[in-house]
Write a protein that binds this ligand. Structure first.
Ligand code: LLP
Length: 441
C-alpha cells in the first residue's frame, strides 16, 4: 500500500512530498502518483510468479488503467510488458520504450494488442511493429489473414481470446467472462477456430487468452479459469496445435474503502499458478508460459487525487454538501459504477472527524458526487481534500465535461516531484475546434 506519512505541520505527505505544497506548486485538482508504490506492486507480481510458478511467466500491464510515457517507462524498467487496446495505447507504449532506447524487436516482444473491434489501420500498425495480436472474433481472424497476405507477412503472432463462461461478483459493466459478453470467441466454437487457425501459414497461434472481469475479490473464479484454460490447451493439442502461452487476464481487486478485503498480489499469483500447474499435471501437458495482465492492482493504490475544498451547503436535518474543484470529469467511477472511495483532509490530518458530509464535484449534474457520507474534520474553503487509490481508471477515463481542463499529474519519489502530465489549458480545449468561415459572415 501507499507510503503516506503525516509531517510536523500535521499535513499528509506522499513520497516525501507535502500535498498542500504540491497543490500550491502544480495547481488543483492534482493526481499524485507515488513511484515507490507502483514499483513495489510490479515487483510483487514478478517475484510471486518466480516463487509459485515453475514454468516461465510474464506480467503485462493493462495500459487501459492509466497509460502515459512516465508510467510506461517505470513499468517497463520493472520488467513488465504491456497489454494495449487501441492504436493510441500502442503508440504511447512504443514512444516511451523507444525513448528508453529499445529496439523494435524488443518492443514487439513486450506488447499484446487487445480489442473486440480493431480497425484495419490498427491491425496494420500492429503487424508492422510485430507485436502479438490477441484475436477476439472471426472477422478479425479473417481480416488478419487478408492483411498478412497483402503485406506479405507470414506468421503473425496471435493469441485467441475465449469467453470462459465464469461468473464473478463484480459490477455488471466490468464483468467480461460470462458467456453473454461482447469479448472473445464462444468456447463452443473452439474446434472450428483451431481447425481454421492450424491451416493458416499467415498466423502463428501461440496460445490462448481469457479475462473474467475486474475488481474481483474472490479467488475461486481465477482458480476455475486456470483449469478451464488448460482444458482448452489440451483440445488444441488434439488439433495438432502446440500452444505455448496461456494468458489468464487481470482482475485482482484493490481496497478502496476499509471494508474491501481483496487477496494480496502474492495470494492471487499463487492461486492462478497452482491451478494451472495442477491442471497441466492432470492433462499431462508441459507448463505453458503463463501471462497475467493486471492493471488496477498495479497502479490503483499508487495514486491519490488532491482537490481544493470550495463551497458548502447545509440542508438542516438532511445533508451537508462540500464541493471540490473537480469531480466526474477527473474521476468518473462513482457516477458510472457507484464506486466508493476513502478521503482525508491533507492539512488537518490529526483533527478528529466531527461531521458527516457529502463530497460533491463542480459539474452541472446532480449525480456528480464523489463520496457520500464521508467522515471529516471541520473544514474550510481552501483546505486540501485527498481521495485515495485513484491511479486506475481515473486519468485514463477523464473527460473535458463542462469544458474543464484535465488536471496535471505529478510523480513523487523521496521528496522530489516531477510533472508527468501537464495540466490542460483553455487553449488546449480549443485545439481541435475549427470554425468554418461561413459561420463568421
Ligand atoms: N485484461 C483485459 C482483457 C481487460 O479487459 C482488463 C480490464 C484487464 C486485463 C485489466 O483488469 P484489472 O487488472 O485492471 O482489473 N473502467 C472499469 C474497469 C474496466 C476494466 C476493463 N478491463 C473501472 O473503472 O472499474
Amino acid at each position: 500500500p501507499l507510503t503516506a506519512t503525516v509531517n510536523k505541520q500535521d499535513r499528509l505527505e506522499i513520497g516525501g512530498c507535502d500535498l498542500q505544497t504540491l497543490v500550491k506548486q502544480f495547481g488543483s485538482p492534482l493526481y499524485v502518483l507515488d513511484e515507490a508504490t507502483l514499483r513495489t506492486a510490479c515487483r510483487q507480481y514478478r517475484e510471486a510468479f518466480n516463487t509459485y510458478y515453475q514454468g516461465t511467466s510474464q506480467v503485462i500491464y493493462a495500459s487501459k488503467a492509466w497509460s502515459c510515457l512516465a508510467i510506461v517507462s517505470i513499468v517497463a524498467s520493472e520488467g513488465l510488458g504491456f497489454d494495449v487496446v487501441s492504436g493510441g495505447e500502442l503508440h504511447t507504449t512504443i514512444k516511451a520504450l523507444e525513448a528508453m532506447g529499445w529496439s523494435t524487436e524488443q518492443i514487439a516482444q513486450q506488447i499484446y494488442f487487445h480489442g473486440n473491434n480493431k480497425s484495419h489501420q490498427e491491425l496494420i500498425f500492429a503487424i508492422e511493429i510485430g507485436c502479438t495480436i490477441i484475436v477476439d472474433n472471426w472477422l478479425e481472424l479473417e481480416t488478419l489473414v487478408k492483411l498478412g497476405n497483402q503485406t506479405g507477412t507470414l506468421s503473425i503472432p496471435i493469441l485467441l481470446r475465449l469467453t470462459p463462461g465464469i461468473e464473478c461478483h463484480t459490477h455488471e459493466y466490468i464483468r467480461t467472462g460470462h458467456l453473454d459478453s461482447k469479448f472473445g470467441f464462444d468456447p463452443n466454437q473452439l474446434d472450428a477456430v483451431f481447425t481454421y487457425v492450424s491451416q493458416q501459414p499467415t498466423l502463428d497461434c501461440r496460445g490462448l487468452h481469457a479475462h473474467i472481469g475486474s475488481q474481483i475479490f474472490e479467488r475461486q473464479p481465477h482458480q476455475d479459469l486456470g483449469l478451464v484454460m488448460v482444458e482448452w490447451l489440451k483440445k488444441a493439442q488434439n488439433h495438432g496445435l502446440v500452444l505455448q502461452e496461456l494468458n489468464i487476464g487481470g482482475g485482482l481487486g484493490i481496497r478502496y474503502v476499509e471494508s474491501d478485503d481483496p487477496p494480496s498480489i502474492e495470494q492471487w499469483v499463487k492461486t492462478v499458478s497452482e491451478s494451472v500447474m495442477k491442471a497441466c499435471e492432470i492433462h499431462q501437458l508441459p507448463l505453458p508460459k503463463l501471462i497475467a495482465e493486471p492493471g488496477r492492482s498495479l497502479v490503483g493504490p499508487a495514486c491519490v487525487t488532491a482537490y481544493t475544498i470550495g463551497s458548502r451547503k447545509e440542508i438542516p436535518q438532511l445533508r451537508t454538501y462540500i464541493a471540490v474543484d473537480g469531480g466526474m470529469s477527473d474521476n468518473p467511477r462513482p457516477i458510472t459504477y457507484q464506486s466508493r472511495y476513502r478521503t482525508v483532509v491533507a492539512n488537518r490530518m490529526s483533527e478528529p472527524c466531527t461531521e458527516t458530509v457529502t463530497i460533491a464535484g463542480k459539474h452541472c449534474e446532480s449525480g456528480d458526487i464523489l463520496i457520500k457520507d464521508a467522515q471529516l474534520p471541520q473544514t474550510q474553503p481552501g483546505d486540501i481534500l485527498v481521495v485515495m487509490a485513484t491511479g486506475a481508471y481515473n486519468h485514463s477515463m477523464a473527460s473535458n465535461y463542462n469544458r474543464l481542463p484535465r488536471p496535471a499529474a505529478v510523480l513523487v519519489q523521496e521528496g522530489e516531484a516531477n510533472l508527468i502530465v501537464q495540466r490542460e489549458t483553455y487553449e488546449d480545449l480549443l485545439r481541435q475546434d475549427r470554425l468554418p468561415q461561413r459561420l463568421l459572415s
